[in-house]
Write a protein that binds this ligand. Structure first.
Ligand code: PLP
Length: 395
């Protein structure tokens, strides 16, 4: 007997980025020399002081439940970070700590989206946004961005899809999968639209530290009228190389934070106690620790873009942030080693099977014709991996 899965969840597929990582891992386990460009996590180790703080917490017996919305010490660090780095003033009761940024996005969406509410999501999008909107009973409305705009969202494209049911706009700058960074003018126009049309903005700023060429991260919450309609989501995962620690957070209007904390109290109870202590240490790290990791990403970014652009049929923009490139691969379609490649999905499968290189197909991000490569891997692997791609496409 097949058990009936509830409609709300039945329509949700497993994350395709995790699926490709799993397939690559299986090939690795079978002894293949796989080069993985699939993973969305920094390859650096978590900084030592962060580990020390968590170990110390464990030794001191800090192993019990914490307040659902996070320990006061961590909330204080987050309040200080927002003030210091983002020009945003929040109080501790306007901040909530979650089990990763993903869960902050989830409980924020659950708190704000009712059945039938439309959630505007720019494409290429991070795979989770449309699924979370659906889980909340909402309707994802996809707005395309264009390669010729560097994948930056145009305000008129958002305005064109607005209806009576438009409720929330999801922003992600720097973006996964394109690395696009919204500029001050883009944000200003989007903020003006959000105020005029009474939209809530869910601003996913998890890639904030990875920003290049002298750009400065700007939160949309800093624009007039936006603080009261923005939920800022961020966390320790990417910037401090702490993906497995599962520490994210959100800052926003008190009543929304309260509604988010209430959900936490009935789902996760709290983010892991000693991980929270580790995150406190992370926000106290000297600036050069993160800067060192970002400088390394910066070098790899230039190299991977240069190498990809040497492959006939591939064109790759220089991304402004995050640790992904999103090259256009439509020009490579055709016959390769006796196989017909006519989509980015077919290309992804071909590369994994033929030369053991894992990339993620653009279809997963709502944008066929492209693939995503994460350069959170060593320079050597970048060079070897792109060489293999080039060889696979030459035949
Ligand atoms: C755009 C974006 N937001 C949020 C997350 C999730 O972060 P966390 O690991 O803290 O849940 C990711 C992770 O891949 C991401 O790419």
């Amino acid at each position: 007997m097949a058990l009936r899965i509830a409609k709300r969840v039945g329509a949700v597929g497993a994350s395709p980025t995790l699926a490709i990582t799993a397939k690559a891992k299986a090939l690795k386990a079978a002894g293949k020399d796989v080069i993985g460009f699939g993973a969305g996590e920094p390859d650096f180790d978590t900084p030592e002081p962060v580990k020390e703080a968590a170990i110390e917490a464990l030794r001191a017996g800090f192993t019990k439940y914490t307040p659902a919305g996070g320990i006061p010490e961590l909330k204080e660090e987050i309040v200080k970070k927002l003030s210091r780095e983002n020009d945003l003033e929040y109080s501790a009761d306007e901040v909530v700590v979650t089990t990763g940024a993903k869960h902050a996005l989830y409980v924020a969406t659950m708190a704000l989206v009712d059945d039938g509410d439309e959630v505007i999501i720019p494409a290429p999008y991070w795979v989770t946004y449309p699924e979370q909107a659906r889980l909340a009973g909402g309707v994802p409305v996809i707005v395309r961005t264009r390669e010729e705009d560097g994948f930056r969202l145009r305000v008129e494209d958002v305005e064109a899809v607005l209806t009576e049911r438009s409720r929330m706009l999801v922003l992600n700058s720097p973006a996964n999968p394109t690395g696009a960074v919204l500029e001050r003018g883009d944000l200003e126009a989007l903020a003006e639209l959000a105020c005029r049309k009474d939209l809530i903005v869910l601003s996913d700023e998890i890639y904030e530290p990875m920003i290049y060429d002298g750009r400065k991260h700007i939160s949309i919450a800093t624009f007039p009228g936006m603080r009261e309609r923005t939920i800022v989501v961020n966390g320790a995962s990417k910037g401090f190389s702490m993906t497995g620690w599962r520490i994210g957070w959100a800052a926003g209007p008190k009543e929304v934070i309260k509604a988010m904390s209430a959900q936490l109290s009935h789902s996760t109870s709290n983010a892991t106690s000693f991980s929270q202590k580790g995150a406190v240490a992370a926000y106290r790290l000297p600036k050069d620790v993160v800067a060192g990791m970002v400088a390394e990403f910066e070098k790899r970014r230039r190299e991977i873009v240069r190498l990809l652009n040497e492959i006939p049929g591939v064109s790759c923009l220089m991304p402004g942030g995050a640790f992904y490139v999103f090259p256009n691969v439509a020009g490579t379609y055709g016959e390769h080693r006796g196989r017909r490649i006519d989509s980015s999905l077919a290309l992804t499968e071909y590369l994994l099977e033929e030369v053991n290189v894992a990339v993620v197909h653009g279809e997963a991000f709502g944008t066929p014709g492209y693939v995503r490569l994460s350069y959170a891997t060593s320079m050597e692997k970048i060079q070897e991996g792109v060489k293999r791609i080039s060889e696979a496409l030459a035949g």
